[in-house]
Design a protein around this ligand. Sequence first.
Ligand SMILES: Nc1ncnc2c1ncn2[C@@H]1O[C@H](COP(=O)(O)OP(=O)(O)O)[C@@H](O)[C@H]1O
Ligand SMILES: [Mg+2]
Length: 339
Amino acid sequence: MSYIEIRNIFKIFGPDPQTALQMAKAGADKDEILAKTGHTVGLHDVSLSIERGETFVVMGLSGSGKSTLIRHLNRLIDPTSGEVLFDGTDILAMSISELNAFRRKRLGMVFQRFGLLPHRNVINNVAYGLEIQGQDRKTREDAARNWIERVGLGGYEDKFPDQLSGGMQQRVGLARALATDPEVLLMDEAFSALDPLIRNDMQDELVKLQGELHKTIVFITHDLDEALKLGDRIAILKDGKLIQTGRPEEIIMHPADNYVRAFTRDVNRSRVLRARTLMQPISDDDNINASWPRIADDMRLEDILPVALATNGSMSVIDGQEKLIGILSKEQVIAALVA
Ligand SMILES: Nc1ncnc2c1ncn2[C@@H]1O[C@H](COP(=O)(O)OP(=O)(O)O)[C@@H](O)[C@H]1O
Ligand SMILES: [Mg+2]
């Protein structure tokens, strides 16, 4: 069983969801149900498995059900039908006190609008969760200082939120979420309000931190570039339905339908595709030329390109153990770029 299991979730918004639920289960879609019953389908039979330690991105257009989905994980929303399991525990069966403890100890949340407390300085914002947990002042301030340092805000401990830029405020939001050492970070469009350059910095920061922390992160975005950069896997929602789940390369190489394809059209493929996806795996009788440049299997197309252009032959692809696993030709590299 996976760490987080979402099983056959339907969420119908409106005063009398059962009729609409039966229609949805019988195959009616969101538009039809809205027209006939006035009820909104938030999620339609969504099942997902999220592994411990992965960054799982949920992507889709506005209104596709992303926030509704993430709110099921902290039970801000209960499903109309379906199950949510955390580490084997049914969170829908938790009592209020169990649920509060679960949220406080195991989940960290980062919000789009930062959600900082305006009358507290940076250190007291970051220490907030630990204060709720009842930790003493020294413990929580030490932890807060550590996290402030790690998100690159050392020196700003005594500033107040309105003295910080948006990017810095979101670093505080991230430090606050991490300070309680949660197992899971829930991030709903956490970077969407930031300017593109700052947003890029925050994405880099999150990738760096996650390389050290290996949290389970559920990250929501409407931006495919962001999804591809951050996600180990990506789930794509449309009108409450799960359209595709896959690794970034799978989404780019094999979009499930035109909705996904429309997202992928403007993506910079050279940042996503890697040698191992493009190469021809070698079999025993392949003729490897020792003079060919050797490239790592996780090398991205943008970094392979200069090597490809400089060689007259092909390239040998090697894995982490320096074992030869494939061949990549200049033509394959160019074909992948223009596809
Ligand atoms: N509390 C609510 N009451 C009624 N409809 C809602 C509510 N929350 C969300 N919805 C509807 O559910 C659908 C999914 O919304 P949401 O999950 O917020 O989408 P996203 O986060 O992808 O933009 C939308 O059609 C939205 O209007
Ligand atoms: Mg949303």
